[in-house]
Design a protein around this ligand. Structure first.
Ligand code: 4AD
Ligand code: MG
Length: 464
């Protein structure tokens, strides 16, 4: 007869000690003293593990338990008692400790700080560390907060396709999805690859954004969002870019740019607020070990309205800043990360929403302003990270949309269905995309996007 195992977090949250309990997990540490062993057992449910105290009276004490060390998997049963030790309320006085899995001599994780670079090399074990365990819990809580924010406001979650025929951003950073072997792919008479013979009978790619399909949803269901992996074959080896990242994209009918910006602000503040509420222990760890002050920054962001300014205004302020930027500031050029960071970190010292960018630096689907120089775009910039949200009011006027598509070299016929939506019951609509990893960089204080996604895909790297 055996007890049902309980999560460590549940045990530690108990009102009082007492009773027989059972836990299963991995030893974060194992200390063997005179006539007693202390195992800190973690199962990933909380930052803190639970201390299991094992004494020589146990049948396998000499033969097995004395050999326990960091990384070993155990299954322990015993009495939950008040802990005499500092910093923990309860511990388990073991009546039985089963060694489920030992570790090899080359087990790479020890009770010391490992560099993030090193941990990426042992990505199959890194969730056993405090930092990646905390990240996994915060990432989970963020996903949950994202879904509950939209659910509470009447949005439907729309599952948009991962394999798509359209380049939503018109940026050409696409991964091709094909069943052809490059060596034997059928050719046209011109000698190019004959995609009509491929699986879908046409060229297909991994999606860079679910937006265009989310627009289909919004123009019937009013408020939708899509949340899933997106893929970009940009060869940018930075601490902010991944080739596969998770994006949440709401899309709303009868909404303009102002409403879109207000939604993005409410959303970012609500999700961060929920992380503060639910992930106190993990965020405190990030504050102590990764970036001092990160919790205070989050509290400030949740409590303070975001700044708003137009792109034109932002450029004027950048020009007046007197800063020597690596990339020159000029109206018409896209804001570089150094510009974004100056605006949010040094200038307004809080998140800022920059709107109405020049048409030349933004995608074809954005609503053209009356002056025809700018589009109704908005980016949310936050300190340290820069852009975490990009969005816009969409061009819903068919003649303008077709003109814009031709200008950037997209044949309107190739996106016939997208244009068609503008012929039947077209309404102003808007949406945005938030990169989950960018949000997590901001929330945790971690410095590299490779450490906020379980299995990072970057140029030259696709392990697991
Ligand atoms: O600004 P982006 O490219 O906008 C879109 O894709 C729109 N279709 C969104 C929409 O309006 N529905 O990307 C949106 C966000 C960025 O602000 C950033 O947070 C994140 O996605 N992002 C990336 N995150 C990690 N790695 C990359 N390579 C990213 N590219 C964009
Ligand atoms: Mg963008």
């Amino acid at each position: 007869m055996s007890e049902t195992p309980e999560r460590v977090a549940t045990l530690l949250a108990r009102e009082s000690a007492g009773g027989r309990v059972r836990v299963q997990g991995w030893c974060k540490t194992a200390r063997h003293g005179k006539g007693v062993s202390f195992l800190e057992v973690s199962d990933g449910s909380s930052m803190a593990g639970i201390q299991v105290v094992a004494e020589p009276g146990l049948a396998n004490y000499e033969s097995e338990l004395l050999a326990l060390r960091t990384g070993c998997a155990v299954d322990a049963t015993g009495e939950l008692v008040e802990s005499p030790a500092q910093g923990q309320r309860f511990e388990i006085r073991a009546a039985r400790v089963e060694v489920v899995g030992g570790v090899g001599d080359d087990y790479p994780l020890q009770k010391k700080r490992h560099s993030f670079e090193f941990l990426r090399e042992v990505g199959h074990l890194r969730f056993r560390t405090n930092t990646l365990g905390a990240l996994a819990r915060v990432r989970h809580a963020a996903s949950r907060a994202i879904r509950s924010f939209f659910d509470a406001r009447g949005f439907l979650e729309l599952h948009t396709p991962i394999i798509t025929a359209s380049d939503a951003e018109g940026a050409g950073a696409l991964f091709r999805a094909t069943i052809f072997d490059p060596a034997t792919a059928p050719k046209t008479v011109e000698g190019t690859t004959d995609w009509t013979q491929d699986f879908f009978g046409r060229p297909t790619f991994l999606t860079v954004s679910g937006q265009l399909e989310a627009e289909i949803g919004a123009l019937a269901l009013s408020k939708v969002y899509t949340f899933g992996p997106t893929f970009r074959a940009e060869n940018s080896n930075t601490s902010r870019h991944l080739a596969e990242f998770w994006m949440v994209e709401p899309e709303v009918a009868f909404l303009d740019l102002d409403g879109d910006a207000a939604l993005a602000e409410a959303f970012v503040r609500a999700v961060l607020g929920e992380l503060l509420e639910r992930c106190g222990e993990d965020l405190a760890f990030f504050d102590e070990r990764v970036l001092k002050g990160v919790v205070e920054t989050l509290e400030h962001v949740v409590a303070t309205p975001f700044e708003r300014m137009t792109y034109t205004d932002a450029v004027a302020r950048l020009e007046k800043s007197g800063k020597a930027f690596e990339f020159p500031v000029a109206w018409g050029a896209d804001l570089q990360s150094e510009h974004e960071r100056w605006l949010t970190e040094e200038h307004v010292k809080r998140p800022v929403i920059v709107t109405n960018y020049p048409r030349g630096v933004k995608a074809f689907y954005m609503y053209l302003d009356d002056d025809e120089r700018t589009v109704r775009a908005m980016d949310v910039l936050v300190p340290r990270v820069g852009e975490i949200v990009g969005g816009s009011q969409r061009e819903h006027r068919l003649p303008v949309l077709e003109r814009r598509m031709r200008e950037v070299g997209i044949d309107p016929a190739a996106l016939g269905w997208y244009c068609d939506l503008r012929r039947h019951g077209s309404v102003p609509h808007a949406g945005f995309g938030l990169g989950l990893e960018r949000l997590l960089l901001f929330a945790t204080g971690l410095g590299n996007v490779r450490d906020v996604i379980p299995f990072p895909r970057t140029p030259g790297s696709a392990e697991y």
